[in-house]
Write a protein that binds this ligand. Sequence first.
Ligand SMILES: Cc1ncc(COP(=O)(O)O)c(C=O)c1O
Length: 468
Amino acid sequence: MNEQTTASGKTYAEAGRDHLWMHFTRHSTYEPLERGGGGAKIPIITKGLGHKVWDDQGNEYLDGLAGLFVVNAGHGREQIAEAMARQATDLAYFPIWSYGHPRAIELAERLAQHAPADLNRVFFTTGGGEAVESAWKLAKQYFKLVGKPAKHKVISRSIAYHGTPQGALAITGIPELKEAFEPLTPGGFRVPNTNHYRAPEQFQTDEKAFGLWAANRIEEAILFEGPDTVAAVFLEPVQNAGGCFPPPPGYFERVREICDEYDVLLVSDETICAFGRIGSMFACTDFDYVPDIITTAKGITSGYAPLGLMIASERLFEPFRKGTNAFTHGYTWGGHPVSCAAAMANLDIFDEEGLNQRVKDNAPVFRTTLERLLDLPLVGDVRGAGYFYGIELVKDKQTKETFNDEESERLLRGFLSKALFDAGVYCRADDRGDPVIQLSPPLTMGPAEFDELESRLRSVITEAENYL
Ligand SMILES: Cc1ncc(COP(=O)(O)O)c(C=O)c1O
């Protein structure tokens, strides 16, 4: 196939290597061999349709990660593209700074209807990190307005990822992502996550007791710091980083109790878990808890345009109804008309095709299909919920021994990431915690594609044994 070129006559891979600063990317991989680099070619993805994508060489891949936990309704939806084009023609841009426009208002109303209890107030951002940032700022300002000005600290879980702005990064629990940017916004504190596979010995056979123990660590942290200083707890319904840790039974019930007791806000960071990823519009519904704030992004537009948001309860909005008070915070692109039009069209597809019900119906099949991989020596654990799974790889299944840094580097970066891609599966091999392969496919996938994913994963993981 003839490779297409950019205006300068370079191939996309060459021009990308020379000018595109890719996110979270070791660029040395793509530097030429003669300059001491790895000499690899940047994969160039040119087309998406349904749950498949194609590269510039015409190779086809199953999109096992929905882009980046984003393309929930699948690629190539003309209905969304057309809604965006109509909106750009009618009104391409207007801010929501003291003005409204129909799409932002319609979308806010629709989201409030889906959100539980009195979470009715929608604040738009352009992504998840900004939503997290906004939620922390809201928590701080809210408590100042209601006469508890010392409440400003936040608690989150170890290895959790909550975004990259300096506030959100202070909530993120992955030390390697923070090191380069220290000192960060002060006030972020960590508690244990709910990785049951690696739970303390006494909880191995009792998930409920483990959940209670993990939730009580939040109370302990609040008491250590002083309840008068703690503003919020940020938790994902299913924690992504580390490889899909679902909440043990009773966990969120106990967290809610603790938050109520110490007047600490519970923020459900559903940047990934909302919009059908677990099976409902908001995953707090899947796990039966009511947060004070939901933060979300990604699946809201299925990736057709950038959009994030937080939804706050009436209680948090109350002080902002009065006098000269205003939430002194905002983004030029927040609630962009074209993004809101994309979100509305995306949610129409959810309704028309019953995507959430589809996830609920198929999730048990997804689980049992992936669990077949447990017969492989390297597969230690398969965990997750809905259409959101992590497969943890271990060196020794009996002892659950994990890989050392050098082995992990060799296995994940040296072999698995590329081998999976070469096998026609786009997914993620992640070592932010213990090494995991993560799957989060478009919600349009079904049992036939699950089988296909399983068989391709099986052959690559089997081959991976040779790289240890
Ligand atoms: C739970 C969670 N919060 C926040 C973020 C940051 O979102 P964004 O990259 O849109 O800023 C992510 C991104 O993956 C996430 O998973």
